[in-house]
Design a protein around this ligand. Structure first.
Ligand SMILES: [Zn+2]
Length: 410
């Protein structure tokens, strides 16, 4: 028996067979447990082929098969084994670092969040992430080398040509750094990096308020303001990674100077910092967005007014987004989404005023369903994409070199 499966020519018997195995593994990775009939439907393979593939994958330890009663009948439920490996997600925020550990089907097994200085250096942050990862791996009784893919989110555009973290970023210690390369070296596992709004979009599209939308925009309303754009399940990033940088669209030509160097950007008007700056003189330096929302709900006129103005300004940005991108759903996430109707109602007012009527009619505006977990879940999803190649390699390891005539019949 020879061992040239991974080098098999495209279209050869071996590569077709490995591709069918990889299809089954990919469906299990994306969707968790599935019956053999569901696997056949999802992959388009014949039931008999799926049954052969599952038997071989179970033999190699890649999947486990359990009999369960469903709708009065017995079904064989297939799921990826823990032995396939673990995924990790790292969410670097303005003032926090969150690390999560999940199994290969994206179920979060453990997570931890610590405060972080906004002026930290990239290397120090990654060393901290590595320590957290060790703690989490220990906590679930696993070993560090079981982690096969890591996704990381940063509040900055990532240039897809060079991998460099671009400006404007609210984390100056990362600008110009090839974050994926540095993180891979520091953590010893392949790491994929993306903008945190993109990861929020990915998670909401897959598991949250974006499910079922075809053209989706996720708006992150937080210390920074940005959008993640998803078309038919895939992120639209643009070559420089700046697609969706709605926070730096101009609202007031001679407004406040923004961290990007421009003036009057949307972010200078609606970031959590901008909202708090307006209210701190009256309510003191320890005011939080949650306090502002609570005070507004109990009738504080100043807090109500500031949230209404914020919603109106976001509405101008959303109208521009609708006119240009024509999404069928916009998901509002980040701390300010917690203000709910206090921001959403004035947002709709501005949207009616500035949006093209047909684009406005086509869009549903909803609040994110995953809350502050969305960026971490998106990072884990990205880790799953990295690990997908490792998981697919299980398909190539099975009896390499042996043609699969059964699969050829499909
Ligand atoms: Zn700006």
């Amino acid at each position: 028996m020879h061992t040239g499966a991974r080098a098999a020519r495209p279209g050869s018997l071996t590569s077709l067979r490995a591709a069918n195995h990889a299809r089954v593994l990919a469906v299990l990775q994306a969707s968790g447990a599935r019956t053999q009939a569901e696997l056949a439907r999802a992959t388009g393979l014949a039931q008999s082929t799926v049954s052969n593939i599952v038997r071989e994958l179970a033999g190699s330890g890649a999947v486990s098969v359990n009999r369960v009663r469903r709708d009065g009948r017995t079904a064989q439920v297939v799921r990826l084994s823990r032995s396939v490996g673990l995924l990790a997600g790292i969410d670097v925020g303005h003032r926090h670092l969150t690390v999560g550990l999940a199994d290969a089907t994206y179920e979060i097994l453990a997570h931890e969040r610590i405060p972080l200085d906004a002026d930290h250096r990239a290397g120090d942050c990654l060393a901290e992430a590595g320590r957290l990862l060790d703690t989490l791996v220990d906590r679930i009784g696993a070993a560090r080398d079981e982690v096969i893919g890591i996704g990381m989110g940063l509040p900055a555009p990532i240039d897809s040509r060079t991998g460099e973290v671009g400006a404007p970023s609210i984390l100056p210690g990362w600008v110009g750094v090839d974050a994926a390369a540095l993180a891979g070296k520091s953590l010893g596992v392949a790491v994929e990096v993306d903008n945190d709004a993109n990861l929020g979009a990915l998670a909401e599209a897959r598991w949250g308020a974006g499910r079922g939308a075809r053209i989706l925009a996720y708006l992150k309303l937080s210390d920074g303001v940005g959008a993640g754009l998803v078309v038919d399940g895939l992120l639209h990033r643009g070559p420089a990674g700046t697609a969706g940088e709605i926070g730096h669209t101009t609202i007031e030509e001679f407004g406040a100077v923004c961290r990007c160097g421009n003036r009057g950007c949307l972010e200078t008007l609606v970031s959590t910092g901008a909202v708090l700056d307006l209210l701190v003189p009256r309510h003191g330096p320890h005011l939080t967005i949650a306090d502002v929302v609570a005070r507004a709900r109990s009738g504080d006129a100043g807090c109500l007014r500031v949230l209404a103005d914020t919603g109106r300004h976001i509405g101008i940005g959303v109208a521009n987004l609708c006119n240009v991108f024509n999404p069928d759903r916009i998901v509002l996430g980040g701390e300010l989404a917690g203000a709910g109707d206090l921001v959403v109602e004035p947002l709709h007012g501005a949207l009616q005023r500035y949006g093209i009527p047909s684009a406005v009619r086509a869009v549903d505006i909803v609040i994110a369903a995953l809350g502050d977990r969305s960026h971490l879940l998106g990072a884990v999803a990205l880790g799953g994409q990295v690990a997908g190649q490792v998981i697919a390699s299980f398909a190539g390891d099975l009896n390499p070199g042996e043609p699969d005539l059964q699969a050829m019949k499909d």
